[in-house]
Ligand binder design. Structure first.
Ligand SMILES: [Zn+2]
Length: 385
């Protein structure tokens, strides 16, 4: 009782008719997609279940929350699912009901109201939203991770597709972009310059272990040549072959699959194109073009937009909307993600998040997020190849 502060006075909950003290449980840490989440009401342990404010958990997992007072029900929805509030979910008890993506979800420990916040069992919410949950007893920490969802061929029925293709292999991909892609479950392709993979810190490029971890978390690893030094078009035949072969060899020492290439400076000609064919199943260049579905050339893909720090969300949205409307494949080329977007090819995390959230809210039926190789495979399979 000594521990109780003014905020924690609200930390008493009525559960099955008994008063439960929550004060002793206020030291639980909540980690979502590798980032610590601060909540206004501390996490509570009730009957072996961790409860957290519904908004903090759902919104960090890319879902939205609506409270319906009449039905005494919390509606949690992700993506293009519409909260089914018009339906009547019979609720004759004092219990708060949970409806996740239109489905009523029961948990062994029901949600409770504490200090004006609805506290919900973390595991129930996270798992229903497709995330994994781990409890670390030693660190008193709940780890929630979303997964990047790489779609199956059956998810494609002719709708638009979108690919987020990151060049250079910068560490901001790992620190800033990857957690956002996981938040919305949206795939990504990371095109690495093999020579710049570094061991240890003090580099703006990724380490091998981070590349491997990104791959394990669902990111496609592609090549962005070995050195990214001269345009490939000015390489001798031998140098050109080396740039393509060596980068693939190095990356295959880190991850089991490297099938796509993005060409530095988009500098290519017939010779570069043919040389790349020897090692890669797909090539991405930049020409401000949407790709047809299926692509006109099932080997050669164009990026529709190169995102820079001079760009607004509306400019990106325009290209996405165009893809949706015309059922095209929109490939977005990105580089660094940095709050100080002082380099032309750096954008703020907020702009990336706004874009991912927009795509997520459009829904998979309108635009299917894919990585480069999956997109190509899915789109050409449909064609019967
Ligand atoms: Zn580059």
């Amino acid at each position: 009782m000594k521990k109780i502060t003014s905020t924690l006075l609200a930390g008493f909950v009525i559960l099955s008719g008994t008063w439960v003290s929550a004060a002793a449980n206020s030291d639980i840490t909540l980690m979502i997609n590798g980032q610590k989440v601060q909540t206004d009401i501390p996490l509570q342990m009730v009957k072996g279940r961790t409860l957290a404010p519904v908004r903090a958990v759902a919104e960090h997992l890319g879902a939205s929350v609506k409270w319906d007072e009449n039905q005494h029900t919390v509606f949690i929805t992700k993506g293009n699912q519409k909260p089914n509030i018009t339906n009547t979910y019979a609720n004759n008890t004092n219990e708060i009901k949970l409806v996740i993506n239109g489905k009523e979800v029961k948990s062994d420990v029901p949600p409770v109201m504490i200090g004006g916040s609805t506290m919900v069992p973390v595991r129930t919410i996270a798992e229903e939203l497709g995330s994994t949950v781990e409890w670390n007893e030693a660190k008193h920490t709940v780890w929630i991770a979303n997964r990047i969802i790489n779609p199956a061929a059956s998810d494609f029925h002719g709708q638009a597709m979108i690919t987020f293709s990151y060049d250079d292999g910068l560490d901001s991909f790992y620190d800033r972009a990857l957690p956002l892609h996981e938040k919305y479950g949206i795939p990504a392709t990371l095109n690495v310059i093999a020579e710049r993979i570094k061991d240890g810190a003090n580099t703006e490029f990724l380490e091998a272990a981070q590349i491997k971890d990104a791959y394990d978390r669902g990111v496609e690893i592609g090549s962005h040549t070995y050195s990214h030094y001269d345009p490939l078009t000015s390489n001798t035949d031998d140098d050109l072959d080396f740039e393509l072969a060596k980068s693939k060899e190095i990356l295959l020492g880190i991850v089991p699959k490297v099938d796509s290439l993005s060409i530095p400076f988009s500098a290519y000609d017939h010779r570069v194109r043919e040389a790349a064919k020897k090692y890669y199943k797909a090539v991405r260049v930049f020409e401000h073009q949407q790709n047809n579905l299926p692509p006109d050339d099932p080997y050669w893909l164009h990026s529709a937009i190169a995102v820079t720090n001079e760009m607004t969300f509306d400019q990106i949205k325009l290209r996405i909307d165009e893809a949706v409307q015309k059922k095209k494949w929109c490939i977005i080329m990105l580089h660094g993600i940095d709050p100080n977007d002082d380099d032309l090819y750096e954008i703020k995390p907020e702009l990336l998040e706004q874009t991912l959230e927009y795509v997520n809210n459009l829904g998979r039926d309108k635009i299917l997020p894919v990585n480069t190789m999956d997109g190509l495979t899915i789109a050409t399979q449909k064609q019967g190849k």
